[in-house]
Design a protein around this ligand. Sequence first.
Ligand code: AMP
Ligand code: MG
Length: 416
Amino acid sequence: VRIETICTGDELLTGLTSDTNSRTFQALLLDLTGLTVRRSVVVGDVREDIIEALDAAAARCDAVLVSGGLGPTSDDLTAACAADAAGVELVESPEALAHLRARFAARGLAVTPNNLRQALVPRGAEVVLNPEGSAPLIIQQRGGCTFFFVPGVPREYHHLTQHHVVPRLAARLHGAPVRVLKLLKVVGLPESHLDARMTPLASKHPRLTFGYRTHPPENHLKLLAEAPTRAEALAALAAAELDARAVLGSHCFGADEESLAGAALQCLRQRQERLVLAESCTGGLVGALLTEVPGASEVLFGGVITYLDAAKLLWAEVPLELVSSAGAVSRACALAMAAGVREASGVAWSLSVTGFAGPDGGTADEPVGAVYVAVVGPGVQVVERHFFPGDRERVRRFAAHAALDLLRRTAQAQPG
Ligand code: AMP
Ligand code: MG
């Protein structure tokens, strides 16, 4: 099945908006059908360019998803181009018109003549009403190719692709092999090592395709299983996942939607213990990553940003003498920060980060990119030194992930 996407809109070519719709569709399509898009193009709001893109896709595709250009304004050309390209006229869709009038009435708005354009569709096309907006999803068959014309507004686009476009594509695959997918997420293993560890598994799992995606500082292993039935595909996937997890050990922190912060929180949640933070160079990034996870409040007590030495003394009880002798970026300071906030809060676990994010700073012993992360918990205290080359943003992001990962590994290894 060959599927392509076409996005229309001048704003996508002038740096005003980036095309997030294609990503939404690609992820949904892969998750629900195991299929990938063969080509994805962006064209401006230019009649000839849109028609040319539609004609080219019609000639080689089974299905094409077209985003944008279904609005009421004069730069919204997609429905007219679809009609022209197919050699049919635009006709008014009574359902689309009734839906549009009802939406406007519900909001107490008058329908202006340009709004009526949103009820015009190529003759012969199918209309699926859009509960999130006034422009419908238009489905047009041209020879062997099905076009799905979807409004560009991301909320509308997401709803219509998830509930109508992708399920229709999946239904069309009926009888074709079933594909199921799982993403295993890994830290601390470069992509090349990940690949080397997986290579021996390939011959044992003939139904599997192993793929890799890098999401610094994480690497993701994509397991895609294909079999004649869903039950067989799921069984093949489960067997491969078991082997892959065994080979990856504690490098694997989760699957699919799970995040590193979520995995770290889960370790403490299971132990019914809480966490407190002391962050220096990450400036609250560890806290931000943790609080992205729903239910973080069951675990996270809070934290402090102890940026200056005086803050380290005031909020994490790090003696100034320790900072001046060992340095603010040191094993001793990281441990003292963690121990200090743990003591002050009375919480079971504490996590600290201190490092040089650059671009300036650093000392003779500790260059920019040097980061210490420390964890103190019941009966355990650990500190790790890392060196992250790169710009400030990268050092901070990697430091926050290193801290979360140390917490996760330490808590997992600690008898509950
Ligand atoms: P349109 O359907 O072309 O009128 O677009 C409606 C709104 O959706 C505009 O604000 C666009 O910037 C936005 N939009 C259009 N295409 C995309 C896309 N591919 N990704 C993200 N937003 C988009
Ligand atoms: Mg547009």
